[in-house]
Design a protein around this ligand. Structure first.
Ligand code: ADP
Ligand code: MG
Length: 332
């Protein structure tokens, strides 16, 4: 049974970025307005997500890390209209199987917080009172300790995984409005560096300035397009001639209804049209698609990064038309 549990756990948690992503999404689902991600040795030793969300009620402590436990489905009977990030109840149980999990949590109804320890099958093994503000802290140590091959890869590629993680956190920092997001990394003898910090402002503009700086923001222009019935795109794109020469995987961010997703086709389209204006450069792109909930399906892969539009062809066509206007020579 243990082995099956570990194999299945591999589906949501593939690497360090997907592990941290699940915790950050849980914090967002909990209504947090402040989320701190604290890494030790780039996440290799441990990672911790600290939030000021609603906390976890004591009646959920025992089942919290069991497979398929979720508190979110009962509140949202209709999967199509689901707006929370999680509902499969797999993240905490997977993390238990793949590392050492502890949780500290307190709701507004509790006078003190509780510190919870789980074993690798998701059973609650220890429970004690502790001091904490309302909210939740989830700590994972020794990720992948029990999967020799994955563990070896993890340690060998830690800087790459860390880079991917920061890029992913940038995506959440850009799109989360009214959420203060901080990421720190502690290395060596307690040298703690702030890697990312936003103020929890209400605008995408302020978030871009916090993440990339004012000088980058000045090279961008606002995009606001209606591309079909009930489907619009807003965000920012490099002004013609103001792209960056470096490989831009880390400066293109796509969202659907506020959820970070991969959109290789849109990325390709934007690069192609931009290159039409200037051949050696790639644009910075930060674009949020607002679409009716029925028009796309984000739940096809466990990590929810892939997205399918029911009418992708026409969305891409209208997008091309609209962007051609921005990047046509006459505009610049
Ligand atoms: P899911 O998010 O799919 O429900 P998870 O395994 O990620 O499943 O989390 C299980 C449950 O634990 C959630 O449904 C929620 O009730 C609770 N939970 C996890 N993290 C937090 C958090 N940061 N704040 C409040 N509740 C949380
Ligand atoms: Mg979750």
């Amino acid at each position: 049974k243990g082995a099956v549990h570990r194999i299945c756990a591999g589906q949501v948690i593939l690497d360090l970025p997907s592990a941290v992503k699940e915790l950050v999404e849980n914090s967002l689902d909990a209504g947090a307005t402040s989320i701190e991600i604290a890494l030790k040795e780039y996440g290799e030793e441990s990672f911790q997500v600290i939030d000021n969300g609603c906390g976890i009620s004591p009646h959920n402590f025992k089942v919290l890390a069991l497979k398929h436990h979720t508190s979110k489905l009962s509140d949202f009977p209709d999967l199509q209209s689901l707006t929370t990030f999680g509902f499969r109840g797999e993240a905490l149980s997977s993390l238990c199987a793949l590392g050492d999990l502890t949780v500290e949590t307190r709701t507004k109804n509790e006078p003190v917080a509780t510190h919870l320890t789980f074993d690798h099958s998701g059973l609650l093994t220890a429970e004690r009172k502790t001091a904490r503000q309302i909210g939740t802290t989830v700590t994972v140590k020794k990720l992948f300790f029990n999967l020799p091959v994955r563990s070896k890869e993890f340690h060998r590629n830690i800087r790459k995984e860390y880079g991917k993680l920061i890029s992913l956190l940038n995506a959440y920092a850009l799109i989360a409005k009214g959420v203060r997001l901080v990421c720190t990394n502690t290395t060596g003898r307690n040298v703690k560096a702030v890697v990312l910090k936003t103020q929890g402002s209400g605008s995408l503009k302020d978030n871009i300035i916090a993440v990339f700086g004012m000088s980058t923001f000045n090279c961008l222009e606002l995009v606001c397009l209606c591309i079909s019935d009930g489907c619009k795109v807003d965000g920012f794109l490099s002004k013609p001639g103001y792209g960056s020469g470096r490989n831009l995987g880390d400066r293109q961010f796509f969202f659907v209804n506020g959820r970070p997703v991969d959109m290789p086709k849109v990325s390709k389209l934007v690069n192609e049209l931009y290159k039409g204006a200037n051949s050696r450069q790639y644009p910075i792109a930060i674009m949020n698609f607002t679409v009716p909930t029925g028009a796309c399906d984000v739940n096809v892969t466990p990590d929810k990064r892939k997205i399918f539009f029911s009418d992708e062809g026409s969305i891409l066509r209208s997008l091309r038309e609209a962007l051609e206007k921005i990047y046509s020579p006459s505009h610049a």
